[in-house]
Design a protein around this ligand. Structure first.
Ligand SMILES: N[C@@H](CCC(=O)N[C@@H](CS)C(=O)NCC(=O)O)C(=O)O
Length: 216
């Protein structure tokens, strides 16, 4: 069975949503930010980042994009990605990487994490710019999707929708502002939020209601 290193409201929530939607057995190792930041955790996750997923053989998967790609491929019967090897799967990987490399790290900067500044003054500038870039990159995604949805790949729910939903919760200046600007993304997120299998995990991460996320 998988063990998810889990912190309330952090990047592990996306993986938890995916495991729940897939119906895969797993357990959570609930951690505090202090535990995540202790040197010992780096034996599991090279940069001490959440999410990290402990495999049954004792090794650990890290990087949210890799974990999402892996789970969908390793459990094809759950049909949360297009079939590997197809062009659709290539499109799926493109969006997964787009989000994990162009939106997630900018989110960290917007919240002031990641050690990108040497002073409060620099930090304020980086946070402001990162918030703008985050919204710009969501907007690029919104426009590029170019179809009525209700999911990232069109008519079929995939792991991408859960990943996008996680990022939307952290949007700056707010989830509401993102939804206001990006109607397709808002529709995807509303659809994900109503998934019956996700209700318990949404409650565990404090994000059942739009706008209910608070950064700890
Ligand atoms: N590139 C990583 C980024 C993960 C990340 O930034 N996680 C944050 C939580 S959302 C974290 O663990 N931060 C460590 C800390 O704040 O000490 C991924 O996609 O998994």
């Amino acid at each position: 069975m998988y063990t998810l290193h889990n912190v309330r409201g952090w990047g592990s929530m996306g993986v938890q949503f995916l495991l729940e939607e897939m119906g895969i057995p797993y357990s959570s190792n609930w951690m505090t930010p202090e535990e995540v930041r202790s040197p010992g955790f780096r034996t599991q996750s090279p940069l001490g980042f959440i999410p990290a997923l402990l495999l049954p053989d004792g090794r650990t998967l890290f990087e949210s994009g890799a974990i999402f790609a892996y789970l969908a491929i390793a459990h094809p019967d759950t049909r949360l990605s297009p079939r590997p090897g197809t062009y659709d799967f290539g499109i799926y990987l493109s969006w997964l990487n787009f989000m994990s490399t162009n939106i997630y790290p900018v989110t960290n900067m917007a919240y002031g994490g990641g050690g990108y500044s040497d002073s409060e003054e620099q930090s304020a500038i980086i946070k402001r710019k990162a918030s703008e870039v985050m919204l710009q990159n969501f907007t690029v995604m919104e426009e590029k999707l170019g179809h009525p949805g209700p999911y990232v790949l069109g008519k079929t729910l995939t792991a991408l929708d859960l990943y996008l939903f996680m990022l939307s919760i952290w949007a700056m200046p707010s989830e509401a502002e993102l939804h206001q600007r990006c109607k397709r993304i808002a529709k995807i997120c509303a659809t994900v939020r109503e998934r019956p299998k996700l209700q318990e995990a949404l409650a565990e991460h404090g994000v059942l209601q739009p706008g209910s996320y608070s950064y700890a």
